[in-house]
Ligand binder design. Structure first.
Ligand code: SAM
Length: 361
């Protein structure tokens, strides 16, 4: 079992004593939170560490999860750690590693170990398709990763092959069990619902929470670049409809908001061990409470998943920028964070400018 923080310095012990990244930042640097123009506290950074993926999901990477970025274009581990140092100084206290498929990146465990040892970082989590999770879960836990989100859109092997291009469902399920076993809890399962493709499995996914302490979160399909496999409007299933289907399994009790930070509205089913969550980026977008910035695999800060505007942080970093300067770039990014995205359910806009793999979903 690995502790996320290894006491190394007086400041580090202060952080552990204060148990709160804002208090620690204030005490150490005399600085407070990172707040944007709309009074949103920005404390969460999602980092795509590779644009490579081992699945070709039809709505995400239908033409193959192939690498487009060259090796020199991608941030090294040391560069990511330095950028996160700047981020923490600016006010970020939570980091999620994503991709592409993050477990495809060589040395991902070592990177996690380096990040989780950073003073001021409260939480390190990871999003994966689960294919390599059985092998990696114990090491990730040991390296200080607190939780994992696993993307899984079907519980049927044949359908899994159709959606992802590979016969790997059993590996993913084994990965989920292993994550639970080693303590990467709660394991969150993210299921993108597509009408006519997997909407007949909503009840079965919800029933998983009756047997296991998983958080199963249903996500509305977004009109991303990869979403060219069909007409978004006909595939899109709004969260209200998903909720109605889940209610066939049992009455839903809303969990207090304090227990469900983030974009998901969390509920529980009677007698269930887990939670059912609903994430509606389109029909009830959560822009008003968005607390995140994104770092792309090639070193750009993105202020909104749906905005093509990016801020280069790799350039200044490679030109020798100090940690303080990097923190300034995070502050600049916060000031440029838009109020919200303008996507509507019925619009198939291709505003991404990049594939999800490079941005990190
Ligand atoms: N490979 C990792 C994984 O599968 O979790 C991390 C990257 S993947 C791009 C992150 C998440 O984005 C996945 O849960 C995937 O389902 C989601 N995603 C990709 N395209 C999407 C879309 N068009 N609508 C909704 N979610 C999408």
């Amino acid at each position: 079992m690995g502790a996320a923080f290894q006491p190394r310095s007086k400041e580090f012990n202060d952080f552990n004593a204060l148990k709160n990244a804002d208090d620690w930042r204030q005490k150490r640097y005399g600085m407070t939170k990172l707040v944007d123009r709309f009074s949103r506290k920005i404390d969460y950074l999602r980092i795509s560490i590779t644009d490579h993926c081992n699945l070709n999901c039809l709505y995400c990477a239908p033409f193959g999860g192939r690498r487009k970025l060259t090796h020199p274009a991608i941030l090294s581990h040391e560069e990511i750690v330095r950028i996160v140092n700047g981020a923490v100084l600016a006010g970020i206290s939570k980091v999620r590693i994503t991709g592409g498929e993050p477990l495809m990146r060589r040395g991902v465990v070592e990177l996690c170990r380096m990040l989780s040892a950073l003073e001021g970082l409260e939480s390190l989590t990871l999003t994966t398709n689960g294919v390599r999770l059985q092998e990696f879960a114990p090491q990730l836990h040991d390296a200080g990763v607190k939780r994992v989100n696993v993307s899984l859109d079907t519980l049927r092997p044949e359908r899994f092959r159709k959606i992802t291009g590979y016969d790997l469902l059993s590996q993913v399920l084994a990965g989920i069990s292993m994550a639970e076993e080693v303590g990467l809890r709660p394991v969150k399962i993210n299921t993108v619902v597509m009408r006519g493709i997997n909407d007949d499995e909503i009840e079965n996914f919800a029933r998983l929470t009756l047997k296991k302490p998983y958080h199963v979160r249903f996500i509305e399909l977004m009109p991303t670049n990869g979403c060219g496999f069909g007409d978004h409007e006909s595939l899109f299933m709004p969260v209200e409809e998903i909720v109605r289907v889940v209610k066939r399994v049992g009455e839903l009790s809303l969990e207090p908001a304090v227990d469900s930070p983030g974009p998901a509205r969390l509920c529980s089913l009677p007698g269930g061990f887990g939670r059912v969550g609903f994430i509606a980026p389109l029909s009830h977008h959560f822009c008003g409470s968005c607390n995140r910035l994104r770092l792309t695999a090639d070193g750009n800060l993105r202020t909104c998943l749906f905005s093509e505007k990016e801020i280069d942080i790799k350039g200044p970093l490679r030109a020798g920028a100090s940690i303080e300067k990097l923190a300034d770039i995070f502050r600049l990014a916060a000031t440029r964070k838009p109020h919200g995205h303008r996507l509507k359910c019925t619009e198939v806009e291709k505003t991404f400018g990049r594939d999800m793999q490079a941005i990190g979903g």
